[in-house]
Design a protein around this ligand. Structure first.
Ligand SMILES: NC(=O)c1ccc[n+]([C@@H]2O[C@H](COP(=O)([O-])OP(=O)(O)OC[C@H]3O[C@@H](n4cnc5c(N)ncnc54)[C@H](O)[C@@H]3O)[C@@H](O)[C@H]2O)c1
Length: 253
């Protein structure tokens, strides 16, 4: 028996990168999963490799309240309950403040922050009906530190930490736990795209200075997602879980 047997999860941004890994890993642990994204071809391809009894793809833009209502309704119609939300969808725009338009800044906050907040709002009633639940918000190491060119991204990831703690305070009385995960250095399409624009960063020296001197695999974060989704983490809420190869432990002089 997997540790998530009987649980039903809704995962955003599941068509590629870490979200795709979370979908597969949670299904492997016994969960039934509905996952959304705006990349429909990629999302349908992920679903095609999984049993329709355990996974279903839906088109979902996390900035749309209607899409949230539809994704939650599909989850309840398909699998009868909702126990876990993984707010994973996110975007990174790399540009110095002087070079970034206000519209670009607002767009990052709209997807990463408002999208996650709308998700929490949309699952409260079904989770209360299920007798409790676990909400997992994907922040970043940039939720603890800034970086040149990442003002919008870092602001959004700090905000997710704050929302996580407020939601934990509000929802604990209903048996709903809310935690944040802070990955760093995970090899995904987002990381590869960022590496192409951050040409002033010396990747080899960066890696060498890390306590675990390698990039992380998406599944190394998925295992943390499964832990927080499961009853094994029953006494953790409002907390931060880091998977970054030790980047945040210090500058590695
Ligand atoms: N890769 C890393 O090292 C790293 C580090 C820290 C945090 N993160 C965070 O992890 C999460 C997943 O990132 P990833 O690296 O897998 O990136 P990714 O770009 O590979 O995947 C992100 C997914 O989110 C989807 N998405 C974007 N906008 C959306 C929207 N409006 N509605 C629904 N889906 C949308 C994308 O289509 C994509 O499938 C993000 O929140 C990211 O900020 C990544």
């Amino acid at each position: 028996m997997g540790k998530l047997e009987g649980k039903v999860a809704l995962i955003t941004g599941g068509a590629r990168g870490m979200g795709k890994s979370h979908v597969r890993h949670l299904v492997a642990q016994g969960a039934r999963v509905v996952f959304g994204d705006v990349l429909d071809d990629a999302g349908n391809a992920v679903a095609a490799k999984l049993s329709s009894e355990s996974a279903r793809y839906v088109h979902q833009d996390v900035t749309s309240e209607d899409d949230w209502a539809a994704a939650v309704a599909t989850t309840l119609e398909t699998f009868g309950r909702l126990d876990v939300l993984v707010n994973n969808a996110g975007v990174l725009r790399h540009a110095k403040i002087a070079d970034m338009s206000p519209a670009e800044f607002r767009r990052v906050l709209e997807i990463n922050v408002v999208g996650s907040w709308l998700g929490i709002r949309a699952v409260i009633d079904p989770m209360i009906a299920a007798g409790g639940g676990s909400i997992i918000n994907i922040s970043s190491i940039e939720g603890f530190t800034g970086a040149a060119g990442l003002s919008a991204y870092s602001a959004s990831k700090f905000a997710i930490r704050g929302i996580t703690k407020s939601a934990a305070q509000e929802l604990g009385q209903h048996g709903i736990r809310v935690n944040s995960i802070h990955p760093g250095g995970i090899m995904t399409p987002m990381a590869m795209e960022a590496a192409q624009t951050m040409t002033d960063v010396d990747g080899a020296s960066f890696l060498k200075a890390m306590p675990i001197p390698r990039f992380g695999e998406p599944v190394e974060v998925s295992r943390l997602v499964a832990f927080l989704a499961s009853d094994e983490s029953s006494y953790s809420t409002g907390s931060e879980f880091i998977a970054d190869g030790g980047i945040l432990s210090g500058p590695g002089y």
